[in-house]
Design a protein around this ligand. Sequence first.
Ligand code: GLU
Length: 484
Amino acid sequence: MSASSVAPPARPVKTRFAPSPTGYLHIGGARTALFSWAYARHHGGSFVLRVEDTDRQRSTPEAVRAILDGMSWLGLESDEPVVYQTERMDRYAQVIAELLDKGLAYRCWASPQELDAMREEQRARGFKPRYDGRWRPENSAGRTPPDGVSPVIRFRNPDDGAVQWHDLVKGPISIANAELDDLIIARADGSPTYNFCVVVDDADMGITHVIRGDDHVNNTPRQINILRAIGATVPVYGHVPMIHGPDGQKLSKRHGAVSVMQYDEAGYLPEAVVNYLARLGWSHGDDELFDREQLVSWFDGSHLSQSPAQFDPEKLDWVNQHYLRGREDDWLAGAVRSRLERRLGGAADAALVATLPGQCGLLKERAATLEALADDLTLFHLEPSAADAGVREAFDKRAAAATPAALRDFASRLPALAWNPESIAAEVKAVIGSHGLKLPQFAIPLRLLVFGRAQTPALEQVLALLPRERVAQRLEAGLAAIGG
Ligand code: GLU
């Protein structure tokens, strides 16, 4: 048999992502979608989303919505209207009728009990259980179908030769037809089965490249045979290996978040998730950080790994931090505000919101996610309590005899001070000089009274980001509480 699928078809590249909605867009699905999207973009082709929603119990409107939300958050939009399998039932019925007409499919009345007995007997004789073709027309001539049984419809798989394809990821694959039995394409209630719908869709949609998880590799020879039977061009297949968790097991909820939108909630940026996912099972030299355009220009279908990729949360944090740092301070302020207010239990103080971009600019260097940034921002927004025993104890430990007087002196100079880091730093220097203190004997107690903690980024930077009156108030309240 000639391997007609080896040469890429001359049709414009068209890829698809075909999730079965289960309630969320899984990290693994998102990675497959990204590869399909990038491959299409690289070749100037198109990418289409197809929702495989024939399992009506699981495929609720909410589950479909969750997939669409995840895709749009990642920026992987379908180039054509989304295809829903549930809207194509008439088409599947039509193709089944054609296959029946042509003798490429047939009705099978074997009951489940009968099939169980058949498999049992095959096993007992040391064979692999397999439908024996008992209702193929040539084997059932003259037999009357049993009363009251609705038949299933089976595809008449070729008996001889092998199905061969050149997998983009796995290389050449060949499966003998003798290994494949006559697949059920319509159930007794007439509903088409999964492999059949995929085939009709891929054919009708003109899909040239199917990039999907390698849990589907066993379906491929069956799908190729059906595609040939309906006269469709066989697409190129690429089966990408699974994603494993850090422990080497298949990625699952045990490993933490597996839904893409949970990463949004946890404060990851879509460009970081896209960058990170692209590296799970694909590489471009040593490049770890690249944008969407670079990905598209590099993603030609080569360098796809044959072994499972390992999900590494620390690396994702590292990638996210890179993108967070690159965002404008104003953007970060807008993005982080509601997360901060959740921590404050209400609206943030307007005077402090005014310098929120500056606060983000100062703290973004160290935060891996928007959630971590929101945690760090509470530095400015939570009123410290000098009455707090911990604060008091830390204050006493760090303060020298002259510290309260120096703090009062500093407070008295505040109204005349130009409110910027440079002049604040100069004033701090002048105050500690005149009170004979070392910087930590002044700066740490001051931090404790104004921020409630001993450590912050550079003192003059954090002070300048609080309104001057707020510093004065906190200092005064703090000095009163410690009795200074
Ligand atoms: N609906 C299948 C899934 O979610 C994918 C089918 C395919 O890509 O061919 O696993």
